[in-house]
Design a protein around this ligand. Structure first.
Ligand code: ADP
Ligand code: MG
Length: 559
């Protein structure tokens, strides 16, 4: 038996690997399963070009065997296997990826999803194991070998017996310490959940013997233990399936399985893009507001997969804040990942995807508004506030995306209307989009400032949400119609009385007004004759941008 040293740099790299690259120990299983899947992919690929080879899908699988007594975990595959040279080159040299070389040599084009590229994933097994043993027989070879390593001090290679082509990796788990318990990696239940979490969409079956309890046949109260081999992963991800073959129930089931929410989704968006950047996504608009939605605790983001392998649980960069309520996942083969495959190397592809997703969500909401008004209003009542924050917070650059999605309560319709609906029925002599702010619709209705506008037959939007007026100030105008508060000094309404007439009146009551101004001191800036009152004797009005309601809100905000 020969004992070989890892190359000098490799030792340091291995140490770094074990201690710092990955944030979670459990991902070692993701890495080993991905390697096994790559190895099967390679046979699959070879069979495509080599007629003497047959690829019979049923004989290709990955098997996980946990041995509690000996504290070992075995991951075996029926993939392409490794020769002695492969073992030395690919496992003996850290940062050497046989898979990347394979991809390059065979000029693999689209559709071959080999995952490996960095040549480090394998070493993550040393995060949980003291000894790693690899037994492998390569396709087309009569000999098998055993590679074994206890970590930084090198590895041994010797001839070994193995009947079938493929690879077995046996991890002898580390002893438990006060901080770390490694027994969980021989616990069936735990292993199952790790496989589900990261490797659910690996294309080949991941099999494991599991123990369970079930009713005895023919009995309705007697149970029996059973032990059987099960396939743990679902293999074909729903997002790779044809939309036409999927029902709303399929999407609802996926939503529930993924724990996106306890409600049912009110709408799903299934995207398959094959353009400058390729990705599949399934997004959901929830029906109900998550309990923590309007709190700091709420974390936005979509699950991110690279080739069916989970990379990130909540990728925040995929969603703008104003669509933070959207749940779902994105899978792309075009992401450049960093070495731990937990983060992205460049965000160019991600930015493209995010941009694309943004417009898909917008379109979906717009068609919901058009086609299922009631559902949209439900949605708007739950998440409309977030859209208005979106208009307000991004200095107007979200305007185009969001302005058509906004709704406000209308004096005319006594229900929510869109800005487009408002503007399209404006009489010709109406210059502005009028709004009035207040605590409730009932209160706003009683405001003296609304009288003139309503009498003219103009519609008023009622703002009861404190963000409303701030958002509208950012928009400034919709379809070139400016927004105007009914309490603003200039309502742009032509009056029958001539200017002179009011000027004369203003003059006539000069002393009274001066007296009133005196009494109110610095509470008002001026006292004037008003043309807008019909049944009320007085009202307050403002000059400039900040209305009375806004002032109230600004004053109530903590400095
Ligand atoms: P990567 O997967 O990024 O290439 P790894 O460190 O995970 O890096 O694996 C290194 C190399 O070892 C792989 O590229 C592959 O050539 C080889 N390898 C690892 N596991 C297997 C396996 N189960 N079957 C065949 N080859 C394997
Ligand atoms: Mg790998």
């Amino acid at each position: 038996m020969e004992k070989k040293q890892f190359q000098a740099e490799s030792k340091r790299l291995l140490d770094m690997m074990i201690h710092s690259i990955y944030s979670q120990k459990e991902i070692f299983l993701r890495e080993l399963i991905s390697n096994a899947s790559d190895a099967i992919d390679k046979i699959y690929y070879k069979a495509l070009t080599d007629e003497s080879l047959q690829f019979d899908k049923d004989s290709y699988y990955i098997k996980i065997v946990a041995d509690k007594d000996n504290r070992t975990l075995k991951i075996s595959d029926t993939g392409i296997g490794m020769t002695k040279e492969d073992l030395e080159h690919n496992l003996g040299t850290i940062a050497k990826s046989g898979s990347l070389a394979f991809k390059n040599e065979n000029e693999l084009k689209d559709g071959y999803d080999i995952i490996g590229q960095f040549g480090v994933g394998f070493y993550s097994s040393f995060m949980v194991a003291d000894v790693v043993t690899v037994i492998s027989k390569a396709l087309g070879s009569d000999e098998a070998y055993k590679w074994e390593s206890t970590g930084a001090d090198g590895y041994t290679i010797e001839s070994y017996e193995k009947d079938s082509v493929g690879t077995e990796i046996i991890l002898t788990l580390k002893e438990n310490t006060e901080d770390d318990n490694y027994d969980e990696y021989v616990d069936e239940y735990r292993l199952k959940s790790i496989i589900k979490k990261y490797s659910d969409f690996i294309r080949y079956p991941i099999k494991m013997d599991v123990t369970g309890r079930r009713l005895k046949e023919g009995s309705d109260n007697e149970f029996e233990e059973y032990r059987e081999e099960q396939t743990i992963n679902s293999m074909v991800p729903i997002w790779r399936k044809n939309k036409k073959e999927l029902t709303s129930e399929d999407y609802e089931k996926f939503y529930a399985e993924k724990h996106y929410g306890f409600d049912k989704p009110s709408k799903h968006i299934h995207i398959s893009v094959d353009g400058a950047v390729r990705y599949n996504a399934i997004l959901f608009i929830p029906e109900k507001i998550p309990f923590d939605y309007y709190t700091k605790e709420y974390e936005k983001g979509l699950e991110l997969y690279s080739n069916g392998v989970l990379i990130m649980n909540k990728c925040a960069d995929l969603l703008p804040d104003y669509f933070s309520f959207v749940k779902g996942m994105v899978d792309s083969e075009d992401l450049s990942l960093n070495i731990s495959r937990e983060m992205l190397q460049h965000d160019r592809q991600l930015k493209l995807i995010a941009k694309n997703i943004k417009s898909k969500i917008k379109n979906q909401l717009q068609s919901l508004l058009k086609e299922e008004r009631e559902k949209y209003e439900e949605f708007y009542n739950a998440f409309g506030r977030q859209l208005k924050f979106g208009v307000y917070s991004d200095f107007g650059s979200n305007k185009d995306v969001l302005q058509d999605l906004l709704m406000f309560y209308s004096s005319k319709e006594k229900k929510l209307v869109t800005l487009d609906e408002y503007v399209s029925r404006m009489p010709e002599d109406q210059k502005y989009i009028y709004y009035a702010s207040g605590e409730s619709y009932e209160r706003i209705e009683k405001l003296p400032q609304t009288e003139l506008v309503l009498e003219k037959g103009f519609e008023i939007l009622y703002f009861t949400d404190d963000i409303d007026e701030f958002a509208i100030k950012m928009l400034m105008a919709y379809k070139e119609k400016e927004f105007r508060s009914v309490s603003s000094g200039d309502l742009g309404i032509e009056e029958d009385e001539t200017e002179q007439n009011t000027d004369a009146q203003q003059d006539e009551y000069k002393d009274l007004f001066a007296y009133m101004k005196d009494m109110l001191a610095d509470k008002v800036k001026a006292v004037r004759i008003s043309k807008r009152l019909k049944t009320h004797p007085v009202c307050l009005s403002t000059e400039g941008e900040v209305t009375i309601e806004m002032e109230k809100i600004l004053k109530s905000m903590p400095n």
